[in-house]
Design a protein around this ligand. Structure first.
Ligand SMILES: [Zn+2]
Length: 301
């Protein structure tokens, strides 16, 4: 059996105060679920080294990156991000960015790879926002572009929140096509225009969601071919999610992941999967929801 490349680092989980809205412990729970289900094993996952300042500054304003590295974000910047500005949070953001790049490199070789973090799609060129310090997908794409020889890139963002930061960073870049499928009533309340945005009404369930996804993929197919795709598999589309406004079931999420993975596979399109959002006080259930992606990715090999 071919083993799915899984990228993980224990420091994806940074300490936050109890009761913080962001369910930071989900990364540890996810690792446990993946090991339990034989989807990875200790010593088996790929471990990133923190992304460097120069690497991050290819996708972000160097002055912003320097403030994050130097611990000198303003209180307003910190508030917009929503995390306390600590060394561990910075380290986590650097690791997740490097992790997405490693996953992309493995996807190019093997067809598919998954990062157990990433999908920080609200981070923009000049600032972070919405629990996103650095835009890991943008950083990975910029790194690959810089190496040369990379054809058009596709971003498939299925987190329930619009991928506004990613859309803004790649506006005007003909080499990157951004698709976002999200709930219209969710944060960010002012959406950014990406290349294709599908906003679903509040309360949409599996049927409406999957029909919209099929329509989106049909349209995107006409824009290709692409050399690599990045898939943000946020599970905050789930009915029980605290921050989402959609009503997908576990089966709906599985069908979504399966459809995207098979769509890419049918086109021999390397697929880099990143975790995206998911907010549930029950961390174990949340981890199981995120694990669906890894199960479907492994099953596709
Ligand atoms: Zn989200």
């Amino acid at each position: 059996m071919t083993r799915l490349p899984v990228v993980h680092h224990p420091d994806y989980q940074a300490p936050l105060h109890d009761g913080h809205t962001f369910p930071m412990s989900k990364y540890g729970y996810l690792r446990e679920v993946l090991v339990e289900r034989g989807l990875t094993a200790p010593g088996d996952w790929l471990t990133p080294a923190p992304a460097t300042e120069a690497m991050i500054a290819r996708a972000h304003d160097p002055a912003y990156v320097a403030r994050v590295f130097g611990g000198t974000l303003t209180p307003e910047e910190e508030k917009r991000i929503g995390y306390p500005h600590t060394d561990r949070v910075t380290r986590r953001s650097r690791l997740a960015s490097a992790g997405t790049l490693i996953a992309a490199r493995f996807a190019l070789e093997t067809g598919i790879a998954c990062n157990t973090a990433g999908g920080s799609h609200h981070a923009r060129h000049e600032h972070g926002a919405g629990f996103c310090v650095f835009n890991d997908v943008a950083i990975a794409i910029r790194a690959l572009q810089r190496e040369g020889g990379l054809g058009p890139v596709l971003v498939i963002d299925c987190d329930v929140h619009q991928g506004d930061g990613t859309a803004a960073i790649f506006r005007g870049d003909p080499g990157v096509f951004t698709l976002s499928l999200h709930a219209s009533g969710n944060y960010p309340f002012e959406k950014e225009a990406g290349d294709l945005d599908i906003a679903l009404p509040d309360g949409s369930g599996d049927t409406e969601y999957l029909a919209a996804l099929d329509t989106a993929l049909d349209r995107v197919a006409g824009e290709g071919p692409f050399s690599i795709a990045f898939y943000n598999a946020g599970v905050d589309v789930h009915a029980d999610d605290r921050l989402g406004r959609l009503t997908l079931t576990d089966a709906g999420i599985r069908a979504r992941d399966c459809r995207i993975i098979e769509w890419a596979k049918a086109r021999a399109l390397p697929l880099t999967c990143v975790l995206g959002g998911g907010y549930d006080w029950d961390r174990h259930r949340l981890a199981e929801r995120h694990a669906i992606l890894f199960e479907e990715a492994q099953a596709s090999l």
